[in-house]
Design a binder for this molecule. Structure first.
Ligand code: PMV
Length: 339
């Protein structure tokens, strides 16, 4: 059964202020999990039930500037967003931002936050991971937090679980840890490059999801008998993915990442109110990936909590893959890394 701890006390344990500056700024990349995080053992501290492993998306991510202000104000891609914003999505964004900043503000302090996503909205990629990672790094810059990146990863995790992996470029592993307070639950980069690796985004729909990933995750843990098998899937797939990355073996990496994503969706389908994110075009895209493999092109699929499909391949197959997915957006995770 998942528990709820007090994140405020927790945040203060990990960071203390140094030589505070008027403003801070940082960039963090988005990331795609190859072995998914799905299910929390503590919902307030975003402590996962299992390990996960991702690859960051280079220049696609979030740039955030934070400064002290007379009143709280947030902008997203130049547009003001607040708790009374027009859309439910903007309201939810402002609420989550405020809750995260509440963990770090001193009485009477207000922050102005300017957030710019370099992820095209049409790509259907989540920006919460890069958003909370960039905000954590910008706050660290402004408040002169000087802890190791592991401590910053624990802080970013409080905003969004997957944000703890977005503090680095390349492959990043998040260890679930055992400590009820999460002191051992943070991410670390794998010092491995794979220049030819490509991630492609097959945009299916950018419509607001029928159920947030957070709610879907909790519903799965609470009510899906299939969730009992998830830890076993992760143990099997994580070992294979790590070994495939070390060997730069795309087939082994792709097979394990694809079955891991499909198993995650299977656990959701077992919830008492089943969670089905897929659209007809999702199935078509997955079938195309399978057909391409039968035709000798080494391409694999992964999906997060939504209908969009991401494909994994290598540079030499880029043209063949793009020919079958006209709207494909290609990312070279180990090239175009911003400084
Ligand atoms: O970090 P959250 O709460 O947005 O959850 C992310 C969940 C998945 O994207 C489906 C998997 C993952 O590991 O990123």
């Amino acid at each position: 059964m998942a528990t709820e701890s007090a994140p405020h006390r927790y945040a203060q344990r990990f960071v203390t202020r140094g030589n505070v500056q008027p403003a801070g700024e940082a960039f963090a990349p988005a990331n795609i999990a190859l072995c998914k995080y799905w299910g929390k053992r503590d919902r307030a501290l975003n402590l996962p039930c299992t390990d996960s492993l991702s690859v960051s998306l280079g220049a696609l991510g979030t740039r955030t500037r934070v400064s002290f202000a007379a009143a709280e104000s947030y902008t997203l891609n130049g547009r003001p967003v607040g708790p009374d914003a027009n859309t439910a999505q903007d309201q939810a964004f402002a609420k989550r931002l405020q809750a995260f900043l509440d963990l770090h503000r001193l009485p009477g302090e207000h922050f102005a936050i300017e957030t710019k996503n370099t992820i095209p909205t049409a790509a259907g990629l989540a920006s919460s991971a890069s958003g909370f990672a960039a905000l954590t790094l910008a706050l660290a810059d402004m408040l002169d937090w000087a802890p190791c990146r592991g401590a910053l990863s624990r802080i970013a995790r409080l905003g969004s679980g997957s944000a703890c992996r977005s503090l680095w470029h390349g492959f990043v592993r998040w260890r679930a840890g055992n400590d009820p307070e999460g002191s051992d639950s943070f991410a670390e980069p794998l010092s491995l490059q794979w220049l030819a690796l490509r991630i492609g985004v097959v945009p299916i729909s950018t419509a607001t999801k029928s159920i947030s990933s957070r709610a879907a995750m909790n519903a799965t843990v609470d009510s899906s008998p299939l969730y009992q098998g998830w830890a076993e899937c992760v143990a099997r797939d994580m070992a294979e993915i790590e070994s495939a990355i070390s060997a730069r073996d795309l087939t082994r990496l792709g097979c394990a990442a694809e079955r891991n994503a499909l198993a995650m969706h299977a656990t959701m389908l077992g919830a008492s109110t089943p969670v089905l994110y897929w659209q007809p075009e999702t199935i078509t895209a997955l079938a195309t990936v399978q057909q391409l493999r039968r035709d000798g092109i080494s391409v694999f699929a992964t999906m997060d909590a939504g209908p969009n499909v991401k494909v994994i391949f290598e540079e030499q197959d880029a043209l063949a893959v793009a020919a079958h997915f006209p709207a494909l957006q290609q990312i070279a995770p180990f090239e175009a890394i911003p400084g």
